[in-house]
Design a protein. Sequence first.
Length: 440
Amino acid sequence: MSKVVKFGGSSLADANQFRKVAAIINADPERCYVVPSAPGKRFSDDIKVTDMLYTCYDAVTAGEDFAKSFAPIKERFNGIISDLGLTLDLNEEYEKIGVNFKAAAGREYAASRGEYLNGIILANFLGFDFIDAAKAIFFTNKGSFDDDITNACLGAMLDKTDKAVIPGFYGAMPDGTIKTFSRGGSDFTGSVVAKAAGASLYENWTDVSGMLVADPRIVENPAGINIITYSELRELSYMGASVLHEDAVFPVRSANIPINIKNTNAPEDAGTLIVPSEQNPAAEHVITGIAGKKDFSVISIEKDRMNNHKGFMRRLLQVLENHGIFPEHMPTGIDTISVIVNSHELEGQREKLAQRLKEVIKPDHFEIIDGLALIAVVGRGMRSVKGTATRVFAALSHANINIRMIDQGSSELNIIVGIESSDFEKAIKVIYNMFMLSEE
Ligand code: ASP
């Protein structure tokens, strides 16, 4: 069985990091397919190669000299090559890039060269084959990822090699033009490669030892998460806990392949294992994680005998849809409904929306209230335990925090509470303490 290993930019920022990466790959013969990012930051003020490439391309298309603008990028790659003691010469590649920049090949082409060049160096260093993602990862004419063609084509290419490097972040349009995924998209490439290879595991190597139960900027020294299901991960990342590119779970999830988030700088740490929900792994704690976001608004509507007005809900949702507004939650009373939306979706259209809602659904009372924060308390463990909601509410009430909204999904995987934004940090801390410090 093969494993697919993806290394982020900080894992490949310089020659020393390349050596750690090679040691990790060589320690397990099942680590067959490698997906690299472009070199990232070596220190906090450093600039990622991807950002350097965007800047360079913009300068060249504005008339600046290519050789001069590209020099710092060339220096980073040549530095890695010489520090690793490789005989590789990328001059021809640099020249091609110059020609294409001058011919305005596009910002996405420019950005993709970071992964492309880094992939060539890594393949050379490891003695692996190099597969250009432009020949294996495809987009449709409309610019969305083409799952079927990629899976067939990439799968056939991987069948022909035991060990290969496939650069992350980009692929090709049907006409051959290079296109990138959104920022951080190498995570997605890794997932696509794992699916096409029929891998037993997708290892995502980064600079932290996996996910934490809560944001360490809010909770001091939070516990780590050893195992999380795909569904729990979706709930938490939707609410802002970022560990992977948003789309990265989908290809492996559809193929039932687990993901292991690992730390290149501490490879012995177990990291976080993300498994299909059907595996139903035993819960370590009642809750798996807490995450939240600020900047929500409540559209509060009152109308007497709301239930008797046929099509009321449909008309309300239609008005919202026409304004490009997506309701996050919709708690209802008998004659009231609160629609919770992202405040930024209301920007520039509050008056128009209010006007339209008044015309279409004729509410008795209508109001938009800002400053709501949502917190998701997520855990597969809560299904089998009574009193989880009580504990969430008790923690908040002891801290004198007013709950403005409550929602529990029917799968009993999460409890979502809406509170004042000013209570956000305090609420996360007290919920964390309630579940993580009071359990043995
Ligand atoms: N290098 C790209 C970025 O900085 C893609 C990635 O690292 O995943 O966003």
